[in-house]
Write a protein that binds this ligand. Structure first.
Ligand SMILES: [Zn+2]
Length: 322
């Protein structure tokens, strides 16, 4: 009798575990599914050292990655922001094939499924760039050669558009890859976020002439280099936030004091990845709702990792129990 009861109890335990997993699975789908509209999006500047890597999650969970930084570090960053069951990025953009923007993308392409890959198709002899092109071919990733005017509108109304380069540089060799790097603008509701890659002041002038910019946040061009930022540009786009993606004690002296004092003059809030680590914004259709950095966000990350670990444990336990 006792043995029978024990068996019965074990059976109910297994059933309970299975239903619990099913319940968690449904929750996961709900939060990751493209049909679930949260009304809030995330914009993350990864701390990749001297380089750029920017991640956007739209309110309906579409994911965009602009550049991958100079190393494999991006993979660890990703595991913190995307749950382990989600291995897909909807859109990846390479602004230009310099190693501080490109190298991490080779890793991303190896481990994640990419819905679409956007780049200018410029020619360079860099073997890492060739590796990237080969990976794209190997994995049959749909590509798009981009230039000014190209855009993608997501179902939730968010919008990514290309503001530069003006003309296609597909299959062309250019003298200055920075000059031809891709400038993107992301829009959702009242938000306009501007990502300036490594362009220079000449491109700033062109962009000012061609577009009506009313920007909440912009990624400062070329890691805050001395020769890059124009006073006229800052005055006209009047952003609330300036993001500088830059390495600690880098050999280039980025960001320059000239850039910093110009931003201060216009009361722009400066956020630097070398000082704050990963920087996260939560936005809704009215504007930026919250901003996290190392000090505040770490607590959330630890909590998140803890939850993930618990999930893994739970699945193992259930498998063992069944
Ligand atoms: Zn760069």
């Amino acid at each position: 009798m006792k043995i029978q009861e024990k068996f019965k109890n074990q059976f109910y335990q297994k059933i309970f575990f299975l239903f619990f997993i099913l319940f968690l699975g449904i929750l996961a789908l709900l939060f990751e599914n493209k049909y679930y509209y949260s009304g809030k999006g995330e914009l993350i500047f990864f701390d990749v050292g001297e380089g750029d890597s920017i991640f956007i999650k739209t309110p309906q969970n579409f994911t965009i990655l602009i550049d991958g930084g100079p190393s494999k570090k991006i993979i660890y960053d990703f595991s913190e922001v995307l749950p382990f069951w989600n291995r897909k990025i909807d859109l990846v953009v390479l602004t230009h094939p310099h190693s501080d923007h490109l190298l991490g993308l080779n890793e991303v392409l190896k481990y994640y499924k990419v819905g679409e890959f956007w780049f200018t198709g410029v020619l360079t002899d860099d073997p890492n760039y060739h590796q990237l092109i080969n990976l794209i071919k190997e994995k049959n990733i749909p590509t798009k050669i981009i230039k000014m005017g190209d855009f993608k509108k997501f179902k939730d109304g968010s919008y990514l558009e290309i503001l530069w380069p003006q003309d296609s540089i597909y299959q062309r060799k250019v003298n200055d890859l920075n000059f031809y790097s891709v400038v993107c603008r992301f829009r959702f509701g009242k938000n306009q976020f501007l990502f300036l890659a490594d362009i220079n002041d000449k491109v700033e002038k062109e962009i000012l002439k061609k577009f009506n910019l009313d920007v909440q946040l912009f990624k400062v061009l070329h890691h805050g280099a001395d020769d890059s930022i124009l006073e006229d540009f800052v005055a006209k786009i009047h952003p609330d936030y300036a993001l500088i993606s830059v390495g600690k004690n880098n050999k280039f002296g980025h960001p320059s004091s000239k850039t910093l004092s110009l931003l201060e003059k216009y009361n722009v809030k400066i956020l630097r990845t070398d000082q704050l680590g990963k920087i996260v914004f939560i936005f809704n259709n009215q504007g930026i709702e919250k901003e996290f950095n190392k000090s505040t966000f770490l607590t959330n990350i630890f909590l998140f990792i803890k939850i993930i670990k618990e999930w893994k444990k739970l699945i193992y336990l259930t498998l063992l129990a069944t």
